[in-house]
Design a protein. Structure first.
Length: 355
């Protein structure tokens, strides 16, 4: 049966592109040190490692999708997981139980919000959309590209260290025509706008990244080797795999047990994480918090039938106050507290406790 999706590539070689929605830029206090600001911005979209990201096929228009389209998305999630990372992906049927809600609305392009930014949207809203056939080579790459966004990757060609010089008017004209038909604002946001160096980890451009677009000849002026165009990557690159493993290494060790009123020192490098198991001795409200000069994110999960479910969280980055979480915990139940460090200053000593 013929596909109802538009997966055309016109004679000028321009493929259909991901049109990532604009997201508000975080504005930090101007008195933060450059090192502290960079640590916060680099890590702000990342999930705490070990998170189970639940995704739901969100059919808000009631049209239904063919099994091959759904299976390609499932396969794309599995490709990322097969790298050997600490994140888990789980399909659920109820949108209210999901973090990632996937639509297939034609005419709305393909796109995804980035990392934990998906949590800012109502459970009635899509956080990812696919607008063309996912079973073609270009469509398969699109599925992996959008999931890359959902776990924290930005567009690779917007890397400020890439050294790309565009023929900007040709880019606007190319993407303003079929099949994308983008207004100039969309082209600027997704192609010409360079990310802040503070948002980017690493210094090299990876033209083989699944987060890279392919471009037709004449759009890139520099580097000279790409004046003839750049192919659309079809698979996860070696650097894609390196960085996703760096952000989300496999979790092998059982978390250490944390007792009430026990202060636990956090000897962490920026971007690293410590996990703790909590089994409360009594049912009551508890407080959980960090101590010391640090920017950190704490996320508490409850073990429900062997699956960790989000319960509460706090991100204290960018302010000179330690984060606190107040939550009712139940005697004998198992909880896991994950704490990721952005940065420290002053003495650099950081501790965590619940009481």
């Amino acid at each position: 049966m013929a596909s109802t999706y538009d997966d055309r590539v016109p004679s000028n070689g321009t493929p259909l592109y991901c049109a990532q929605p604009p997201q508000p830029e975080r504005v930090l206090r101007p008195d933060l040190s450059p090192e502290r600001a960079r640590a916060i911005l680099v890590g702000q979209s990342k999930w705490v490692n070990g998170t189970v990201i639940r995704y739901c096929f969100f059919d808000e228009l009631g049209g239904g999708q063919s099994r091959d389209q759904l299976d390609e998305v499932r396969s794309a999630f599995q490709d990322w997981k097969n790298i050997g990372i600490g994140l888990e992906f789980r399909e659920v049927a109820d949108p209210s139980e999901s973090e990632v809600r996937i639509g297939f609305r034609q005419g709305d392009g393909s796109w995804s919000y980035v990392g934990v930014n998906v949590l800012e949207h109502s459970t009635r809203e899509r956080t990812m959309n696919f607008g063309w056939d996912l079973t073609s080579p270009h469509g398969r790459a699109t599925a992996r590209h959008e999931i890359g966004h959902a776990i924290g990757f930005a567009h690779e060609h917007q890397n400020p260290f890439a050294g790309i010089v565009w023929d900007e008017e040709k880019v606007y004209a190319d993407l303003g025509g079929p099949p994308n038909n983008w207004p100039r604002t969309t082209t600027f946001h997704n192609v010409l706008r360079k990310l802040s160096p503070n948002e980017v980890e690493g210094s090299d451009w990876d033209p083989d990244s699944i987060m890279e677009y392919g471009f037709s000849a004449g759009l890139i002026v520099q580097p000279e080797e790409f004046r003839g165009g750049i192919d659309s990557p079809r698979n996860l690159s070696a650097k894609d795999k390196h960085f996703v493993q760096k952000w989300y290494p496999p979790i092998a060790a059982k978390p250490a047990r944390l007792q009430p009123f026990q202060s636990m020192a956090l000897s962490l490098d920026p971007g690293k994480q410590a996990d703790f198991e909590i089994i409360p001795p009594e049912t009551r409200k508890y407080e959980l918090g960090t101590f010391g000069n640090s920017d950190a994110v704490m996320v508490l999960f409850e073990d429900v039938d062997g699956e960790l479910r989000y319960l509460a969280g706090e991100d204290d980055s960018g302010v000179d106050m330690n984060g606190r979480v107040t939550v009712k915990l139940f005697k004998g139940r198992r909880y896991v507290l994950r704490t990721r460090l952005y940065s420290t200053w002053g003495s650099g000593n950081v501790a965590l406790m619940y009481w």
